[in-house]
Design a protein around this ligand. Structure first.
Ligand SMILES: Cc1ncc(C[n+]2csc(CCOP(=O)(O)OP(=O)(O)O)c2C)c(N)n1
Ligand SMILES: [Mg+2]
Length: 741
């Protein structure tokens, strides 16, 4: 803890300014308190200057940290900058300044400069990201940071137990991902009182508590979420009372406008976390002296009397009074410090206003990894058959494996090769109660479709484990883990239940790299069992919806139709440096169609390369997933009965997709059908059809047709299911008609 003996004299403060040297306040020296004041005052002044700049239209948005300054400084003083990890929300300006960010850096984000270290002009101000300070890129959706912070905390613990895994390796994403960790590191995450209403907050408490993670939750309770007062969000109006039952936590409720008291609360919390006892929860009551943002006028919903009551608690004036009262600084000292802050800020503003903006040609940079291209030949290898399979001695042919078998084998091979891989999801473990496995009382489950069977038994419960039944929890944690250098390969049990994770999948995982201007990346793999044709799967076990995800820049989307492609593409997904949504069709898991002999532990298929399943000259059918075997049947029948030769293109990968193969085929056949299992309208095929119409118009002898599901849900009764989903007969009819057009 700081003492006056060892603390350097704060810059800009004359010896005569500091009175009564030697005393400390909850371990904070008087110099440290002056530091605290300088940072808090700077934070407020940056807000004020930004507000002015916004009014002058020199910056384009402003979010203030006013009223929250004491919490930020207390947190930074109790934690270790560039050692611990930080997921701060937008009011944490003072925290970031105290950790080492500068007003100039913050103003660069305000003006949207190319040199903005947080985002290169891509994000609003106060969306912090400072890689050198372990401040992880933040976004605007309230609460998405919390589960990522959980994943971050889990990662530090994982690497401490598996230090070898942190080492650099070449030939895959690890080459480009520096891992740093400390055995006793802590993760900080903060949020507002309103944000405690988000489900992800509770999902995060759940896992932090269950796993006793070294994670400090900080709720900065300013009593409002824009105009909605806390009692509307929180039953009883006090979040501390509601969370008090979570085991393993250390709890604090403090006046967060008072830095010394708040600092003491942080010190106690940090001690609990560093000792490995579990997480901490700090509920800090603060004020919001300015409106929510410049777009809000709080006088519309807060009477003057209430605002004046708050003003009495302003942390800046409170600390100033404290310093004067305690004789730490006198008025001259305060004035000198404030003048110095003003001068430095003016220089930072002048410089930031001169900073050049990014050029428009850079906008697509860092949507994907600039280092590793999963469409390249580096990801193209040939199957290698095991000796016994290539030349069986007993004369018997080796039985080909199902897609389920080869996905399981690929996961196993990759986990052997790369200790950074962890697998979690609902029911993916063999058995959470390990003793049952150890005592051989049970065989283990390993996934509702058994795709992860045996992996926990081979690799241990800290590499393969069950998550809570909470999809945002799965994807949010995976995002935090991947940001720190782990390779989570998580499972969403059914595509139908992916939607609770949608905010993480739409606005977080694929954006980490782009929004931080390559400061961070999160190349996680999300495996999802998808699709219908199940005879009884009904509405909620049959959904497709891949186009919702191919619509997201930054996310690779893969959809194999057979065992060999599934193995090769899954390996590419795991080794590559981008986030991947890996769609596995349930109906194809154990289908006879598309079985293959195990292709060896290095077999890879590059992304964005279609496979021509059958060549033809009369028309092109572009498809993927479970429609592939149906289209093949239809095409064979058409050739048999009508002599029409269809060319069949299996896309295999939906983002990126293989436009060249499609174009070459359509140029040859002059007729095209796009066939897919999802509902017809606005589906994946709409994009392909539009591209063909746009770019291959002069090659077409017929309109571009689509065959897809009806625009309804998949019904339970098989007669209805058959009518709703595209069948071989539908494909046959469409192909015949188009050939005759
Ligand atoms: C998921 C989501 N919903 C709504 C918003 C719009 N919004 C931004 S801040 C905010 C209020 C947040 O209140 P609180 O958590 O108390 O934080 P405070 O701003 O008071 O510090 C809302 C509704 C958002 N950014 N994200
Ligand atoms: Mg609030």
């Amino acid at each position: 803890m700081a003492t006056t003996k060892t603390d350097p004299k704060p810059a800009g403060v004359a010896d005569s300014d500091i009175k009564k040297a030697g005393e400390t306040y909850e371990g904070l020296s008087r110099e440290r308190l002056v530091d605290a004041y300088r940072i808090m005052y700077t934070s407020r002044r940056v807000d004020d200057r930004e507000i002015m700049l916004k009014r002058q239209q020199k910056i384009f948005f402003q979010i203030s940290g006013a009223g929250h300054e004491a919490v930020g400084v207390a947190a930074a003083f109790a934690l270790k900058p560039s050692y611990d990890w930080f997921y701060p929300y937008y009011r944490d300006r003072a925290l970031c300044l105290a950790l080492g960010a500068t007003p100039y850096e913050m103003l660069l984000q305000g003006v949207g400069a190319a040199a903005d270290p947080s985002s290169g002009g891509r994000q609003m101000p106060s969306h912090w990201s400072y890689p050198r300070l372990n401040v992880v890129t933040q976004s605007s959706p309230t609460g998405t940071q919390i589960l990522q912070a959980v994943g971050c905390a889990e990662t530090g613990r994982y690497f401490a137990a598996h230090p070898e895994a942190a080492k650099k390796a070449t030939g895959d994403y690890r080459q480009f991902k520096n891992v740093v960790f400390h055995g006793d590191e802590i993760t900080y995450v903060s949020l507002g009182d309103g944000t405690t209403s988000e489900g992800e907050f509770w999902e995060a408490l759940n896992t932090a508590s269950n796993r006793r993670l070294p994670l400090v939750f900080v709720v900065e309770d300013n009593g409002y979420a824009i105009s909605v007062p806390v009692e509307v969000q929180t039953p009883g109006g006090n979040i501390s009372r509601l969370v008090a039952g979570f085991p393993n936590f250390h709890f604090e409720e403090v006046d967060g406008t008072e830095p010394v008291e708040t600092y003491a609360a942080f010190v106690r919390s940090v001690a609990h976390c560093r000792a490995g006892e579990g997480p901490a929860f700090i509920h800090a009551h603060v004020i919001r002296p300015y409106s929510h943002s410049l777009s809000d006028d709080e006088r519309l919903y807060r009477p003057d009397a209430e605002r004046q009551r708050d003003a009495q608690l302003d942390p800046i004036s409170r600390l100033q009074m404290f310093l004067l009262r305690e004789g730490v600084l006198d008025e001259t000292g305060i004035n000198r410090l404030e003048k110095q802050v003003e001068d430095e800020l003016q220089a930072a503003v002048d410089k930031a206003l001169e900073a050049p903006p990014p050029t428009p040609d850079t906008v697509t940079r860092y949507v994907y990894s600039p280092d590793l291209d999963p469409t390249s030949s580096a990801f193209e290898t040939q199957p290698v058959l095991a000796k016994a399979e290539a030349a069986p001695t007993d004369g018997k042919k080796v039985a080909p494996k199902t897609m389920a078998d080869l996905i399981n084998a690929t996961l196993r091979d990759e986990m052997r090769r790369d200790e950074r891989i962890v697998i979690f999801g609902e029911d993916v473990a063999d058995c959470s109660r390990e003793q049952y496995l150890r005592q051989k009382m049970v065989k283990g489950k390993g996934g509702v479709f058994k795709l992860t069977s045996g992996l926990q038994c081979e690799f241990g419960s800290d590499r393969v484990f069950n998550s809570p039944l909470a999809e945002a929890n799965i994807v949010g944690r995976a995002t935090g883990m991947a940001t720190r250098g782990l390779k989570p390969v998580v499972e969403i049990q059914f595509f139908d239940y992916i939607w609770p994770a949608m905010m993480q999948l739409r606005s977080e995982l694929p954006l980490i790299r782009w929004r931080s201007n390559n400061g961070f990346s999160a190349p996680a793999v999300v495996r999802v069992a998808i699709g219908g044709y199940l005879t009884g799967g009904a509405i909620y076990h049959s959904q497709c919806g891949e186009s919702v995800f191919t619509h997201i820049p930054g996310l690779r989307v893969v959809f194999p139709s057979n065992a060999l492609d599934a193995a090769g593409l899954l390996r590419t997904a795991i080794r590559c440096d981008d986030p991947v949504l890996f769609l596995e069709h349930k109906r194809l898991y154990r289908e006879t169609f598309g079985r293959a002999v195990y292709p060896g532990p290095d077999y890879m298929v590059p992304f964005g390369k279609a496979k021509i399943l059958q060549t033809g000259t009369d028309l092109t059918v572009i498809t993927y997933g479970a429609v592939v075997p149906r289209a093949l049947q239809a095409a064979q029948k058409l050739e048999r009965e009508q002599g029409v030769k269809a060319e069949l293109v299996d896309l295999r990968c939906l983002n990126p997709f293989d436009w060249e193969t499609i174009a070459a085929s359509v140029r040859k056949t002059n007729r095209a059908i796009v066939a897919y299992e999802d509902t017809l309208s606005w589906g994946y095929g709409a994009e392909i059809a539009a591209r063909i119409a746009d770019q291959l118009f002069e090659h077409l002898d017929a309109p571009v047709r689509r065959v897809a599901a009806m625009d309804t849900f998949v019904a339970y009764q098989p007669i209805l299911e058959n009518a709703i989903l595209p069948q071989t007969a539908d494909l046959y009819r469409a192909m015949k008609e188009l050939a005759e057009f």
